[in-house]
Write a protein that binds this ligand. Structure first.
Ligand SMILES: Nc1nc2c(ncn2[C@@H]2O[C@H](COP(=O)(O)OP(=O)(O)OP(=O)(O)O)[C@@H](O)[C@H]2O)c(=O)[nH]1
Ligand SMILES: [Mg+2]
Length: 319
């Protein structure tokens, strides 16, 4: 658990320093609570991908707190702002469920989708590895029959994770390999099925229809599957991710999000906004390219990692 927390803290350091750090710095440097400070904070929130509506919500709440409590000290404003942001996150996730154990279906079918390059295949490799560590049998299905080398890439991850793979030829119909894969999992009594899909732009109607077709195919074999339909979003794309999600949701009825590359952004405000904007929870967060760089999204732990300031930072080691 300690490692898990330390890892999270290190991995989101860019967001913490840049986004949360900038807010704190603005408050400290201005030294007084005035309209200019409010505008500066608003600007930082917007530039950190917090979204227009969420930013106004935060700023309005902060103004109110300042008025009610007659805050004049930088530290009071800083604490109030952090509390507002963490309350938003905690209210959006009233209970923390464990993604890896919160579904008893067997096989549990998890369907991954998203635009090109967001981290679908990598996430599948990481999720496969986690389930294997929990002692589950895992089958990955190479539903990306479009991109050259996609099948090989998934195969490498499957081998690394200790999962089996069902694949077909590049260019073949993704629905048919998905059908074969789910059938095979049913025959073998596999615990977990992870389905990879080709990256697709959300404004291409035919590609979105293909997703619906794959889902119908899965349902022919298991009516209540997929048990999870996860949209993978790249955190570095900011608020654009919200509009992507809306279209994917219409085509595939999402029940969760994976927010990848949180290690690669210095903004990170999207995490405050996305559940609020879409009503779909973030279930997993990607924190790097390695197999262990994925965590279930745990809002209290995240709030802690994002907002707790080391009041007594360790001295840098002597060279
Ligand atoms: N830093 C960082 N990189 C990531 C993360 N997740 C994925 N990546 C990288 O993002 C790149 C794309 O990852 P893929 O898993 O191939 O993405 P994809 O969505 O399957 O891509 P397509 O199949 O082409 O649509 C790779 O270089 C990954 O290593 C993450 O959480 N952090
Ligand atoms: Mg892929």
């Amino acid at each position: 658990m300690l490692n898990f927390m330390r890892n999270l803290r290190e991995k989101i350091a860019r967001t913490k320093n840049s986004f949360v750090g900038k807010l704190a710095e603005a408050i400290r440097l201005r030294g007084k609570v005035d309209e200019e400070l409010m505008e500066e904070l608003e600007d930082i929130l917007l530039k950190s991908d917090t979204g227009v509506e969420m930013t106004s919500l935060i700023i309005d709440k902060l103004r109110e707190e300042i008025k009610v409590h007659k805050y004049t000290e930088a530290e009071q404003v800083q604490d109030a702002l952090q509390k507002i942001m963490s309350d938003i996150l905690l209210a959006d996730y009233p209970e923390v469920t464990d993604f890896y154990t919160d579904c008893d279906a067997r096989p549990r079918v998890i369907f991954f989708l998203g635009v090109n390059g967001v981290g679908k295949t990598t996430t599948i490799g990481k999720v496969a590895s986690m389930f294997r560590q929990l002692g589950k049998s895992v089958l990955v299905i190479a539903g990306d029959t479009f991109r050259a080398a996609a099948i090989e890439q998934l195969e490498i991850w499957a081998t690394r994770a200790g999962a089996s793979i069902i694949k077909s030829q590049q260019g073949s119909d993704p629905s048919s390999v998905v059908y074969d894969g789910v059938q095979s999992a049913l025959n073998k009594g596999t615990d977990i099925v992870l389905i990879d899909t080709a990256g697709r732009q959300h404004n291409k109607a035919n590609l979105m229809a293909e997703l619906s077709k794959i889902i119908r195919t899965i349902k022919k074999l298991i009516p209540d599957a997929p048990h999870d339909t996860l949209l993978v979003l790249d955190a570095t794309t900011g608020q654009n991710a919200v509009s992507q999600a809306k279209t994917f949701h219409e085509a595939a009825n999402l029940n969760g999000l994976v927010l990848t590359k949180l290690d690669g952004t210095s903004k990170g405000g999207i995490i405050l906004n996305i559940k609020h904007a879409l009503g779909i929870p973030v279930k997993l967060i990607g924190l790097g390219e390695q197999i262990e760089d994925l965590q279930p999204f745990d809002p209290p732990a995240f709030v802690d990692a994002m907002f707790t300031t080391d009041r007594h930072p360790e001295q840098p080691e002597q060279a």
